[in-house]
Ligand binder design. Structure first.
Ligand code: F6R
Length: 259
């Protein structure tokens, strides 16, 4: 895994957005995998800025979101449908028919999950997957114990995740217990992957994912199996990495890096 460390959340978000723009400028009809939550807010804000000020074009882009809560209507302020529309999609020029987000209200989850997997394939597979990480080391909603070859499916959220995400809801009891999520296997098939993490509360999960053994107990550690996964961190999220000096050295010596 390539580890890229920036002093602040804003600089981390800008570095990750630069990576996304690089893919879109190379392949204007790229298929992107999208994450929600608080971590990618700065990244989406920067992409919107690039769209407005630098004409970054989304007119041929297709997106697949990682996950959605089960039981929340698309209009619910905490649904990921609502989040994506408000934070990102309504500010860019992506055609609505190119947006895929798992359904949290389907009456047939197995059939929907298969259709979602098939749709990713039909669109040519994901070119660039954006990921956050949970404090329990999850990617998407692949909680500890999820198979590293899992596919899109219905998943019961861990108590830790429900507690972490209760900050978005008025009452803790409102956090859905189930979600539909891409699997780790689905995610690992993306041609490129970037994971972003900030804040001291992510430091332990990040260290386990990057420097620990590959284990289904920390599903983000499955990214060690991906040939080109990149992890963008702010200083706080990076502060428990034992190889920190080495990552900084690599960055300094990277071909093309400012000297
Ligand atoms: C959301 C998702 C989750 C989050 C993770 C971190 O689509 O896939 O894995 O990335 O729970 O959430 P935040 O960014 O809110 O800390």
């Amino acid at each position: 895994m390539e580890v890229i460390i920036r002093p602040t959340y804003q600089e981390m978000s800008q570095a990750a957005a630069h990576e996304v723009a690089k893919v879109l400028n190379t392949k204007p009809n790229a298929v992107m995998g999208m994450a929600t939550g608080s971590t990618p807010l700065g990244l989406y804000q920067e992409l919107v800025r690039m769209h407005v000020e630098e004409a970054l074009d989304f007119s041929q882009v297709t997106t697949f979101n990682l996950d959605e809560y089960v039981g929340l209507p698309v209009t619910h302020p905490q649904s990921y449908h609502h989040f994506m529309h408000e934070i990102f999609f309504r500010h860019i020029n992506i055609p609505p028919q190119n947006i895929y987000i798992p359904s949290g209200t389907t009456s047939n989850y197995p059939a929907f999950c298969q259709w979602y997997e098939d749709s990713i394939q039909r669109c040519g597979g994901i070119d660039l997957q954006i990921l956050g990480i949970g404090t329990d080391g999850h990617i998407a909603f692949n909680e500890p114990g999820s198979s590293l070859s899992s596919r899109t499916r219905l998943k019961t959220l861990a108590k830790q995740t429900i507690e972490d995400n209760s900050r978005f809801f008025e009452h803790p009891g409102e956090v859905p217990v189930y979600a539909i999520t891409m699997g780790v296997g689905t995610i690992l098939e993306a041609k490129e992957i970037i994971l972003i993490a900030n804040g001291a509360n992510k430091a332990a999960a990040i260290t386990a994912a990057i420097e620990g053994p590959i284990t289904s107990m920390i599903t983000a550690s499955g990214l060690q199996l991906h040939p080109t996964a990149k992890v963008f961190l702010d200083h706080e999220a990076a502060n428990q990495l034992s190889m920190r000096e080495y990552y900084d050295w690599l960055e300094e010596k990277r071909p093309g890096a400012p000297r």
